[in-house]
Design a binder for this molecule. Sequence first.
Ligand code: KE4
Length: 431
Amino acid sequence: MTNQELFNQSRHLIPGGVNSPVRAFGAVGGNPIFIERGDGCKIIDVEGNSYIDYVGSWGPLILGHNDPDVRIAVLNAINKGLSFGTPTEGELRLAEEICRLIPSVEMVRLVSSGTEATMSAIRLARAYTKRDLIIKFEGCYHGHADSLLVKSGSGALTFGQPTSAGVPKSIAQLTLPLPYNNIDAVISTFNAYGNDIAAIIVEPIAGNMNLVIPDPQFLQTLRNLSTQYGSILIFDEVMTGFRVALGGAQYKFGIKPDLTTLGKIIGGGLPVGAFGGRSDIMKNLAPEGSVYQAGTLSGNPVAVAAGLATLGKIQSPGFYEKLHTKAELLIHGLIDAASVYGVPFSAQSVGGMFGLYFREEIPTCLEEAKTADSIAFNRFFHAMLSHNVYLAPSAYEAGFMSAAHTENDIKTTIEKSELAFSTINHTSAKE
Ligand code: KE4
């Protein structure tokens, strides 16, 4: 069957034809491709078209698709069974690795998605502090729990309003959305509500408004105010964990959160999320404490095997230096190509993730990210797709490099981008 035929049929049975909205190409237009298999840095669709993949399943595939060691680990786990609903040694070993590689995590609970991780961390922080208010930042995405689908209210009020139907206003109002990188906004909010703030949750390097890097003073201010007012600082490292450095963004900035949420890479492509941190907080979780949180497939042995195999390989000497070198090779090639065709473009990378911006300057917050030329991006996306390069189908998503991308793949990508940029420049000039 063709991509179109599958999409036409899927839309009758699955809302939007997809099991996660961003996959539907709504932001970029057109119809999604249906992938049949992945291999290394390539994904192959049902029509046999092969693409150099810079999405990597939205981050988990840091080793590339179908990594032989991950595959063997998964097959070995499958041969023993799929799920037991009991503790298994693999969960202990994954907990050990996470706690060893991220020292702020003294205890950890495994779940099956990033959403479960952040939702649970919020509940735990509220229980520990006996407070209700949560601070989040505009442009950061932490999964689809009600408390986190919130945008800033109108006017001076910092109390949130739902970004999604079905989120009760009463819940949204307990979340205070603030501008990312805006230190004054955080200080004034703590001055006003500090003793009622249970937690701050933040992407310590943002990847859901495209890639936005925090001002170092911003994160330090969050740390200082959380300590001063007894609020819990939650670093949502679902995307940045093991992506920007072996120890995540907290290692890069040398800032210790109270709780950390993880996902994506720790499952190696299978469903694993986690939340962890200070043991005096984590001990409040059932069955030890009074905060209930549970999951039928939490710590699933097959998923854990994929995660352990992945975490094992990313510790190889020079892994992150090589990954970052590849990301830098890509973005500088794209910057050069854009300049040849006079397309307003900027880009940056952090570890194994990168941001491409159709604007002259690299954005430092959501408002700035929104001024990028999304029409130009959408044209670029489709031009690259037609030349067999798969970028994230949204101008507000980060890109991901894998260990499987070769220098040749990156050079090919840059060559294709020259064709794509020439198309944009020509089309924009026409309109
Ligand atoms: P999941 O529930 O999708 O596993 O994780 C939610 C989540 C939490 N925190 C951060 C920082 C995240 O980036 C995510 C999920 N990321 C998106 C991509 N930007 C997942 C893609 C999708 O929604 O299909």
